[in-house]
Structure formats: C-alpha cells, structure tokens
Design a protein around this ligand. Structure first.
Ligand SMILES: [Zn+2]
Length: 155
C-alpha cells in the first residue's frame, strides 16, 4: 500500500486559497462600467481603475478612450469621452468617429493629451504590479514543484 502524507496537500490548498483571495482583493480596485456606443450601435464595457479618482477635484471628469470598430467591413476609429463622477458612474458620453477631416476643439485635444499621459503613468504602475505578481507566481511554481516531488509515492 502507498501512503501519502496529507499535510503538504493541505498546505498547497491553503496557499492556493490565500493566493486567490489576494487576487480578488486586487481586482476590487477595478470596476467594470457599461455605456452605449451610438457608432457601433452596441453596449461596450470598460474597466475603470479606482486610482483614476486620485487627485481629481472636479466631477464629473472627462475620461477619453479610443477604440476601433468594424462596421460593414469598414474599420472605424471611435473617440469617446466619458464623463465620470466621483462614484465612478458614467454621467454623460461624447462619441464621435475619427475621420481625416475631423477638427478637434482645443479643449478636446488638451483632454486627449492629458489622458494619454495619465494612461502611460497607469501602465507604468501596472507593469510594476504585474512584475511583482509574476515573480510571486514563479516562486509559487517552484514551491509546488518541490511539494509535488515530495508527494510522489514511494514504492
Ligand atoms: Zn463603439
């Protein structure tokens, strides 16, 4: 008969549980919101990071996003300005298709540039967080590997 010590197994499950509860906590910082896009004629969902509220004093604030849309085999670029309030609710949307002869107002250009800078900053932070997560996963992988080797039944 083969005997397997249950203790390492319990430890593995405990670690998996702790890891996922941590992930859930992390994900709470991001909320999913929906808005109707009149150009695609559909509802889009967008993930908004709660960090976005940091440093904002005026609400609702404009949040600019760009997305591609294929309508009748035609690729369209859609500029969307979402006006987000302090509860991360979308209060108003401004949606327009970008075409070559589009003229943007000065304030729109300022908003777009500002958003790109903020987005860049957020991506930089995301990279740091993801690198940390990746290293954690690597350590977990090594940990499980060691345990699995130990779990191999001895004949
Ligand atoms: Zn759309």
């Amino acid at each position: 008969m083969k005997y397997i010590n249950l203790f390492p197994k319990i430890k593995v499950f405990l670690n998996i549980y702790l890891y996922f509860s941590y992930m859930v906590e992390e994900n709470n910082e991001i909320v999913t919101k929906r808005y109707i896009c009149k150009i695609c004629n559909s509802t889009h969902s967008i993930k908004i990071n709660k960090d976005l509220l940091k440093g904002k004093t005026k609400f609702p604030f404009p949040y600019v996003i760009l997305h591609d849309s294929i309508i009748k085999n035609e690729l369209k670029e859609v500029l969307t300005i979402l006006y987000v309030d302090n509860n991360l609710e979308i209060r108003h949307t401004e949606i327009q298709e970008i075409v070559d002869d589009n003229l943007f107002s000065k304030s729109q250009v300022v908003e777009m540039t500002k958003t790109l800078f903020e987005e860049n900053e957020r991506l930089r932070e995301d990279v740091a967080i993801l690198t940390k997560e990746l290293n954690k996963l690597k350590r977990l992988k090594a940990f499980y590997k060691r345990i699995l080797l130990r779990l191999k039944p001895v004949n």
